[in-house]
Design a protein around this ligand. Sequence first.
Ligand code: ZN
Length: 484
Amino acid sequence: MSDYFADFAWLPQGWVPNVQIAVDAGRDRRGTISAVQADAARNSTEYLGRYVVPGMPNLHSHAFQRAMAGLAERRKSTASVSARENPAPGRVQQDSDSFWTWRETMYAFASRVGPDDLRAIAAQLYVEMLKAGYTQVCEFHYLHHQPDGKPYADPAAMSLALIEAAQEAGIGLTLLPTLYMTGGFDGRPLSERQRRFAFDVDGYLSLLRQLRKMENSTLRVGAALHSLRAVPADAMHAVLQSGLVDQAPVHIHVAEQIGEVQDCLALRNARPVEWLLDHAPVDARWCLVHATHMTPQESARVAQSGAVAGLCPTTEANLGDGLFALKPYLDAHGTIGIGSDSQISVSPVEELRWLEYGQRLATRHRNIAVSESSDSVGESLWSQALSGGARAAGVPVGSLQGADSKSAQTAKRADLLVLDHDAPLLAARAPANVIDSFIFAGNANLVRHVMVNGEWVVRDFRHRDEERIAARYHDAVQRLNDSV
Ligand code: ZN
C-alpha cells in the first residue's frame, strides 16, 4: 500500500481539501485506489502537490497518423472553396482540398508503415499523450496486414506492436481491432491502398479471440466497425452476435462527412446515425465517433441510448468535417468524450478548449458547455470527458474513488495528474478557478507528474523513458521518409 496526500483533489463532487489517496499494492488489485479520505492529516504520506485531478481517457486514436501530422497542410487543388458545397451522392469530392484529399495523403503514408515502425511511432505518441494528461487511449486500429494485403506471419503482428508500445510508454490501452471490408455503401471492393485493412468476419473474430486472452489491468480489448460504408450489415450483425463483444466496448466512425450522409440516404434510405440506431443494439457500450452530422431527432436518440459521442474537435476542424451541435445534445443528457484521432494535436486541454470555442463561434454566445452540477465550463467539460471517456474505454478510470469494501469490481485504477502549482498561471488562484485556467488560459503544459495504474510514468514533466523512445521514433520516421 502507498499513501499520497494532496492539498486539493478533484473528487466526483468537485475539489476537496486535504485528501489522502491510498493505492493498493496487493497482487490482485495492484495499482487500484483502495481508499480516498477527505480532511486527512498529512502525516508520513508522500506529498503529491496542491492540485490533483484524474487522468483523462483518450477515446479515439489512430497511432500511425502521428508521424504524418503536419504533412497534409499544403493546398493541392486550385478550385475555390465555395464550389464544393453539396457534392452529388456517391461522388468523392475532387474539386477542392477536403477530408477525401487528406485521406489520399494518409493512405500513401500508411502503405509504408510496418510493425517496427508502428511500435516506434506509437510509443512516441503515447509518451506525448501521458505528458499532456491522457492516461488511457482507445486505439481504433485498422492497419492490420502487409501493404499488399497479405497477413503477417502472425496476423496480430500490428496489434501486438501497439500493445508493446503502450506497455513501454506505460499508458493504459483499449485496443479496438477494426473490421474494414468494403469501399462504400454500395459494397464495392476495397481499393489497392485499402487492401491491408481487410478482414473477413471469421478472420476478424479469430483476431479478437486471440487478443482478448491478453487482457489485464492496463489492456482492454473491444471491437470497432470502421464505418457503415466499410462494414456490410450482415457482417456487423455477425460481430455483434458472436458473443465476443457482449460486455466490451464497440466503436464506430459515423456521420463524419456530409458525403457519407448523402450516400447512406441514397442507398439505405436513412441517415447513418438513424440507420445505426434502427439496426444495432446501441447502448452504453457504444462509442459513436464524430457523429457530426445529426438531426435533432438523431441527437436526442443517441443521448437517450447512453452511447458516448466521441468528439475529436482539433481533427474535425483540421479535416473540415463540420461542427457537432453540443448544446442540444448536452441538454438531452448526452454523454461525450474526447479523442486525438489524427494526432494533429495531442492535448486534452486543446480538445476541450476547441470543443467550447467552436460552439461560441457558431452561436455567438459564451459559456455553452455547463452542466447541472457546475456553472464552470472547464469543470463541466473535464468531468464529462472523464466519465464519457472511461465508459468508451471500458475501464474503471476517470475518477479518484476508493474501492467499495464489498467488491473489488468498483475499484478505480490509480490514474492521476498532479498540476504544476508553481506555474504563474495558477498563482493565487482559488481551487474553483483552477480547471477553467487549466483549460482556457495560457499554453504552458501544467501537467507536472503523471501516475498510471499506481506507477509514476512522468515526473517533473519528464517521461521515464523519453530519450530512448524519441531516438527510436526519429530513426523510424527517417526510414519512412527514405522509403518514398
Ligand atoms: Zn478516426
